[in-house]
Ligand binder design. Structure first.
Ligand code: PGA
Ligand code: ZN
Length: 419
């Protein structure tokens, strides 16, 4: 069994040009794994710590040299000599060494880059594809091994596109009857049909952080209307061939207990906003709404879930932050019927899988997600398949750091056919 021989970390840039960590783990049999971790832009309050140097002389204070020193000075000496296949023990060791609730000491960016690089090295050593290797850590009775349904973020708003709109993501979702490669083609067709629709109406087709278009429209509803126009231009049946979804990321337009959106002149209560989602839902078949309410507006979440969950996925991201305590609160309060899983919100592979298991037992749909500040690392594609996620959200079907994941899913789809 191969043991961890060396761990090397370095500072690289993510797709937004901000520093992040790339870690290489080398094993005694010569196998190695390289992993780089993403960064969020609309970061929830309950996420684990993304450790930054705060040294304004370097990268606007966002350098990660402290986190790298934590890897090389603290984590590496403790992990060297451990068997690489013992991922649960390795992750537990890092959690213990950190000793905080939020990876505040070592940094979740440090621990996750090591955790993922160990998994990649161990997969290579075992000669299994990464998704098959990771599946060994999943309690998987009766869980299908398949590529999740992709959620394509074709129109960007909120913090991802200079606050052009209030809602952050406008998603298109292929029907579940389609294969993954058909779905990718559909997402791509919608992307280009949307570009054409925006362009011919005189709107900019410059893109936001996740590769979706970022037009300056008058209302959030207008953005959904453009999705409809794009679908119509392709003769796609909304609610049959294709569905729409939103990541409202509502914490970003909530202040003084009111929601502020361009669609309405008055500030909205949670009830008003929930009613507005219902109107949008009856007009456009919204299959999916992520963070419809702000991260601490539990009453708003409960009411929204009660009103919409029979037709729509009400999904926690900032609300739950891939955190077991927040998840349990959301389950107890009946606030959601789906959950976003972002490994960098918690900081290790095994903890991310544990959150998925609890969520699944509670009957929630699982959505594995990238971050807006991605790298070209495609780890989460394998992770999503291994965990039998229902959906995956990797941005627009464009730009290198997004398509690296979608392309990896194409490879996995082929590999699954030969199993
Ligand atoms: P983030 O956005 O990576 O900027 O947090 C993604 C999301 O909110 O889902
Ligand atoms: Zn989100």
């Amino acid at each position: 069994m191969a043991k961890i021989k060396q761990i090397i970390a370095r500072e690289i840039l993510n797709a937004k040009g901000q520093p992040t960590i790339e870690t290489t783990v080398i094993l005694t049999d010569g196998s190695f794994g390289v992993a780089s971790v993403p960064t969020g832009t609309s970061v929830g309050e309950y996420e684990a710590t993304d450790l930054r140097d705060g040294d304004e002389k370097r990268y606007q204070g966002k350098g990660v040299l402290k986190a790298i020193s934590n890897i090389e000075q603290i984590i590496a000496p403790a992990l060297i000599g451990m068997e690489a296949s013992k991922q649960p023990e390795i992750d537990r060791k890092m959690i213990e060494m950190d000793g905080t609730q939020n990876k505040g000491k070592l940094g979740a960016n440090a621990t996750l880059s090591v955790s993922e690089a160990v998994a990649k090295a161990a997969a290579r050593s075992s000669i299994l594809p990464l998704f098959m290797y990771l599946r060994g850590f999943v309690k998987r009775e009766n869980l299908p091994l398949k590529v999740p349904i992709p959620l394509f973020n074709v129109l960007n708003g909120g913090l991802h596109a200079g606050k052009n709109l209030d809602f952050q993501e406008f998603l298109v979702i292929p029907a579940s009857s389609k294969s993954y490669s058909e779905s990718l083609n559909l997402g791509s067709s919608m992307y280009f049909a949307l570009e054409k629709a925006l362009d011919s109406a005189g709107y900019s087709t410059l893109v936001g952080d996740e590769g979706g278009f970022g037009p300056k429209l008058d209302t959030n509803k207008d953005a959904i209307e453009f999705l409809k126009r794009a679908a119509d231009s392709l003769n796609l049946r909304i609610g049959f061939d294709i569905f729409f979804g939103l990541d409202a990321a509502a914490s970003n337009f909530y202040s003084e207990q009111r929601y502020h959106i361009k669609d309405k002149t008055m500030a909205l209560t949670s009830k008003d906003l929930s009613d507005y989602y219902q109107t949008l839902n009856s007009d456009y078949h919204l299959l999916y709404i992520e963070d419809p309410m702000s991260q601490d507006d539990w009453d708003g979440w409960k009411a929204c879930n009660e009103a919409l969950s029979n037709q729509t996925l009400i999904v926690g991201d900032d609300l739950t932050a891939t955190n077991p305590y927040r998840l349990q609160m959301a389950i107890n309060k009946k606030a959601i019927n789906g959950i976003i899983i972002k490994p960098n919100q918690i900081g290790t592979v095994i903890e991310s899988l544990a959150v998925i298991e609890v969520a699944r037992l509670a009957g929630l749909k699982i959505i594995v997600s990238h971050r807006s500040g991605e790298t070209n690392d495609d780890f989460i594609a394998d992770f999503a398949v291994a965990a039998s996620a229902d959906y995956c959200k990797f941005g627009a079907p464009a730009r290198g750091e997004r398509v690296s994941k979608y392309n990896r899913l194409l490879q996995i789809e082929r590999q699954l056919k030969s199993i």
